[in-house]
Design a protein around this ligand. Structure first.
Ligand SMILES: NC(=O)c1ccc[n+]([C@@H]2O[C@H](COP(=O)([O-])OP(=O)(O)OC[C@H]3O[C@@H](n4cnc5c(N)ncnc54)[C@H](O)[C@@H]3O)[C@@H](O)[C@H]2O)c1
Length: 278
């Protein structure tokens, strides 16, 4: 592949930072980036998971991987990561995947405010920090990509997921704004909106006792894609300069329904919730 082509496809031979790379979708992103000839900093709040992910990637023998312990919700730690990233990989960062996230469930008024704050700190501030510290560097470089991991929850507004929904809507809005600001700079933005993907997200999720069985069953049964498929599709979409990435069929139905018939969507959702609660 020519150097020019590589530059046009940010997922190829990237120097990447992936947050939450120790597990699930982030780990799949890190794997896929290395498979495409890139180097990756596997950043995670869980240093041991980050080490395992980086070690597994190094064993593939196809690229370079470095483990990095970092809390995306900490301004200081993310600023330090952005300062150190270039020297860790030996070249400027060309791709950032703001993926780290946590789950919080429960209805409005029941979710403890400390859980709201935790969700906002990781899912929203983590992505804000990633964009704030890395976007100017990519802009100065004149090429590359930023993938923000949102969710179908960002437009689906499912009941009892208020805190999570709010963070993911905000990540979508942040990504849309960033994409507009970076137009013509050579840096492309994609926002990933999956529905359910089997990962370890429920292990640390804060859910009401009464809802954890339903959530585990959804994670086991209601899925149309693996994390590897989602990561591959997203990087392909980034290379095509596609802003919205809705990789699963159920998500695409929800996306169209909400866009084309928003009032009917809200009414149907509310009625379905009321019937399920009865
Ligand atoms: N699994 C799904 O069904 C699903 C659906 C839509 C969107 N998402 C989003 O995908 C992203 C990845 O989630 P996943 O499902 O792979 O979960 P996961 O729990 O398997 O992986 C998340 C990783 O993020 C790390 N992490 C958590 N808090 C962190 C912090 N403060 N700083 C740095 N790292 C942190 C965890 O240690 C973990 O390794 C999240 O943003 C999530 O909201 C997941």
């Amino acid at each position: 592949m020519s150097a020019k082509r590589k530059r046009l496809e940010p997922s190829r031979s990237a120097a990447a930072v992936v947050t939450g790379a120790g597990s699930g979708i982030g780990r799949s992103f890190a794997y896929e980036i290395v498979r495409r000839g890139g180097s990756v900093i596997c950043a995670d709040i869980d240093g041991q998971r980050a080490e395992e992910a980086a070690r597994t990637l190094l064993e593939l023998g196809e690229g370079h991987a470095v483990a990095y312990r970092c809390d995306v919700g900490s301004e200081k730690q993310m600023a330090t990561l952005a300062e150190e990233a270039e020297s860790l990989l030996g070249r400027p960062i060309t791709l950032v995947v703001n993926n780290a996230g946590v789950g919080v469930g429960g209805s409005i008024g029941q979710v403890p405010l400390k859980d709201w704050r935790w969700c906002l700190k990781v899912n929203l501030w983590g992505v804000i920090h990633g964009c704030h510290f890395f976007a100017p560097k990519l802009r100065a470089l004149g090429y590359g990509g930023i993938v923000n991991v949102a969710s179908a929850a960002g437009f689906g507004a499912a009941p009892e997921m208020s805190a999570y929904n709010v963070t993911k809507s905000a990540v979508l809005s942040l990504s849309e704004t960033l994409a507009a600001e970076l137009t013509g700079t050579g840096v492309h933005v994609s926002a990933l909106c999956p529905t359910v993907v089997p990962t370890n997200i429920l292990d640390k999720a804060r859910l009401p006792e009464s809802r954890s069985g339903f959530a585990s069953a959804a994670m086991r049964n209601w899925t149309f894609a693996t994390s590897d498929q989602v990561a591959r599709q997203t990087l392909d979409a980034l290379d095509r300069k596609q802003l919205y990435v809705v990789p699963q069929f159920d998500g695409r139905i929800m996306w169209r329904f909400k866009r084309y018939a928003p009032r009917l969507y809200a009414r149907t959702l509310g009625e379905a919730y009321r019937l399920a609660a009865d």
